[in-house]
Design a protein around this ligand. Structure first.
Ligand code: C2E
Ligand code: MG
Ligand code: MG
Length: 689
């Protein structure tokens, strides 16, 4: 293939060179045309050898024809010339044999590339070459000698034979430029001149002989040119074909290279697409594909679903970079603690999944592995200058029909574990399916609960511990779902918190309570209390929403109590919560810390939060044994230290009310004083003392 200007130039040059060369006579038939100025690339480097090869191919028929012609002449001229012609024929026979042998040797050497037996290469060449002089010389000698003795018939026979040999030579001798011409010249010209010595001189015949010889030599030269050109073109064609096939091979190779690169890149991309960029573990897609593959192999399988505890706080508190570093460290630890034949993947966020194909052990065994995974995260992780600690809640499942079902089961188990508390390890059991279904029904039901007006508020009085005068009424949300019936608030509020539905429900409860409070008029207690979830507090503008509601219903802020839980102290959200609560407290809204003692209160935070009271969790009040009593005493002590009031909830008996009063509790709430009931008006008249 000619692909550059330079090569095109070379081709043009060589084209001119071919014509020039074809016209030029190579003096040496056998020496290569090495010092030619033309572009050697497009000239056959072995043109002479090629020509020789063609000459050799023609040689045998030529010798046969030559000898037959000599025999024919001897036969026809015998009557005129007598035995001398037989001697000549014998000489021709010997000559033919020698030429035959030389041609054969050369043919072996050049055409077949075999060693020549008995002949040296050079000798064979010399004899072969000499044959083209000697043989026509023999004819010329015979003609010159015989012409005066020949009768017209013999003379015509001689002229016809020589003319035929010359005519045939124009083609057969075409490969041999000089030798062919010499051959023709010798065959015809001396004889023609000899015709002039006859009496009378045969001018016409002689002239015809010389002209015929000239025409034949020109024709021979033309044939020689043609042959050279044909060979050159063939050579060029071969080169071009060779280049074409080289180029083809190069293209094929380039294609193959490209294909293998594309293949490698595809594998890379696939690998990337199934890997989590951060941790290097499988991502969700990789896990799903893995599960699908394991499904198709019909292998026993177990899945552990690992949900990190406290990661959100780290991420929020120290920033995403620190969060990323923690995730990398966690992935490394989990991968190190995982069984060899298990695959770890990041399901998303702070959730990891361990897929254990080939697992056919027991629940207990899985649980132990879950513990190992949880425990490997127990030691602190250093992130820059910080040292953080987190835990994991783990759900596991095995033996389900498909990988996807197993993931769903392990996920359900994790959700259940989280409900049970941080750090729990819970295995899937069919009952969880019902739990999950119920959760889904509740989530669905809550979506339309407010439009259907199936949520409502019950109020429960909070009374002064000494006088039992009603101080406040706590609004407690109720939901009587048209499909599920009455759903306990503990159940639907937790679900509403998970799905963020709590925001609308909370806003609604605030406004409903204020509306009821206003509507109750003089029958209303001094205050109305509402419960606020941490999820509401962390939203931007909660304080504004409360102020707006107070303004809308013209309720003085001091008549509203917000009950918040200990979760307000947790994590970085505490900063935002703190500022919201401070704003509201400064306005005059009371803030009570609900369920005190049930969680892990950060006592130090009590000081920084603008609280009015702590509300001791009802679990301490309901039993009120020695231990619970000391908790109440401690709570009272702490509250006094922080100049806070103390409320006790869950008071069911007069005895409990008395003890709590004696212990220094300021306010009481419980069935003893009144159950949660619809409407505010009944709240103002609790059980008389
Ligand atoms: P909480 O704020 O601690 O409410 C007090 C819970 O104690 C209420 O349960 C009440 O019915 C119950 N209780 C009161 N006195 C007694 C008693 O003498 N004995 C017993 N055994 N229980 C008593 P309830 O109504 O089931 O509410 C459960 C929780 O749901 C509430 O606990 C509160 O955390 C949450 N909640 C209720 N309404 C709302 C709301 O509007 N918003 C938010 N965010 N949470 C709410
Ligand atoms: Mg409460
Ligand atoms: Mg409570």
């Amino acid at each position: 293939m000619i692909d550059t200007a330079d090569q095109k130039m070379r081709l043009a040059t060589s084209e001119r060179g071919v014509w020039k060369d074809a016209g030029a006579e190579p003096d040496s038939l056998f020496s290569p045309n090495a010092d030619s100025e033309v572009d050697l690339l497009f000239l056959p480097p072995n043109l002479d050898v090629e020509l020789l090869r063609h000459a050799l191919l023609n040689q045998r028929p030529l010798l046969v024809v030559n000898f037959l012609a000599a025999s024919g002449f001897a036969f026809l001229a015998y009557a005129d010339l007598g035995a001398a012609v037989l001697g000549w024929l014998a000489l021709m026979a010997v000559l033919t044999c020698v030429r035959w042998a030389a041609a054969r040797a050369l043919h072996r050497a050049i055409v077949r590339g075999q060693p020549t037996a008995g002949w040296s290469d050079a000798a064979a060449r010399r004899v072969f070459q000499a044959g083209y002089f000697v043989s026509p010389m023999a004819w010329a000698a015979m003609a010159v000698w015989a012409i005066p003795f020949l009768k017209p018939f013999g003379l015509i026979a001689l002229i016809v034979i020589l003319a035929a040999l010359v005519g045939g030579g124009t083609g057969v001798l075409a490969p041999l430029r000089h030798l062919g011409q010499v051959n023709m010249f010798l065959l015809l010209v001396p004889g023609s001149f000899r015709l002039l010595s006859l009496d009378p001189p045969q001018w016409t015949l002689a002239a015809l002989g010389v002209i015929f010889a000239g025409v034949a030599m020109i024709s021979h030269r033309f044939n020689n040119d043609l042959l050279r050109r044909a060979l050159t073109l063939k050579h060029r064609n071969d080169i071009l074909l060779e280049r074409l096939s080289d180029a083809n091979a190069a293209i094929l190779k380039a294609n193959a290279d490209l294909e293998s690169k594309v293949e490698a890149r595809t594998v890379q991309l696939r690998e990337i697409s199934v890997r989590d960029m951060l941790t290097g573990q499988l991502n969700r897609r990789g896990l799903v594909e893995l599960l699908r593959r394991v499904d198709s192999e019909n292998t026993a399988l177990a899945v552990l679903f690992i949900d990190l505890d406290g990661f959100k706080q780290i991420n929020d508190g120290l920033g995403h970079e620190a969060g990323d570093a923690v995730l990398v460290a966690v992935a490394k630890r989990l991968a190190g603690a995982a069984p060899d034949d298990a695959h770890l993947g990041r399901w998303g966020g702070d959730e990891f999944v361990l897929v254990w194909s080939g697992f056919s052990g027991s629940d207990e065994e899985l649980r132990r592995h879950g513990e190992r995974l949880r425990d490997c995260l127990a030691s602190p992780i250093d992130v820059g200058l910080e040292r953080v600690q987190l835990g994991a809640t783990i759900g596991y499942a095995h033996g389900a029909s498909t990988g996807a079902a197993l993931i769903a089961a392990a996920d359900m188990a994790t959700a259940d574990a989280k409900r049970k508390g941080r750090g729990q390890i819970v295995g899937f059991e069919p009952g969880l399916m019902r739990v999950q279904q119920r959760r889904l029904q509740i989530v669905g039901g809550l979506r339309t609960a407010m439009e259907e007006q199936s949520v409502w508020l019950a109020y429960q009085p909070i009374v002064d511990a000494r006088s039992h005068a009603v101080l406040s009424a706590e609004a407690l949300m109720r939901w009587t779902s048209p499909r599920l019936g009455a759903v306990p608030p503990d159940e639907f509020i937790a679900i509403a918190e998970d799905s963020d539905r709590i925001r609308q429900l909370g806003d609604w409860a605030l406004r409903r309570a204020l509306a009821d409070f206003v509507a109750a008029g003089s029958a209303a207690p001094p205050q109305v209390s509402i419960n606020v979830s941490i999820r509401q507090l962390v939203w931007d503008g909660y304080d504004v929403a409360v102020m707006q509601a107070l303004e809308d219903y013209r309720v003085p802020p001091s008549r509203l109590t917000l009950e918040v839980t200990e979760s307000v102290f947790e994590g970085r959200s505490s900063q935002r919560t703190l500022s919201v609560l401070r704003t509201l407290a400064e306005l005059g809204v009371h803030i009570h810390l609900d369920d005190f003692g049930a969680g892990y209160s950060s006592l130090g935070s009590l000081q920084s939060f603008p609280l009015h009271a702590i509300k001791i969790d009802r679990s301490f009040i309901l039993k009120l044994d020695f231990e619970a009593r000391s908790v109440v005493e401690a709570a009272v002590l702490i509250a006094r230290g922080h100049r806070l009031h103390v409320v006790a909830e869950g008071v069911e008996t007069a005895e409990q009310a008395r003890i709590l009063h004696e212990l220094g509790v300021d306010a009481l709430q419980g069935y003893y004083f009144g159950r949660p009931q619809p409407g505010l008006s009944g709240v103002a008249h609790p059980r008389p003392q």
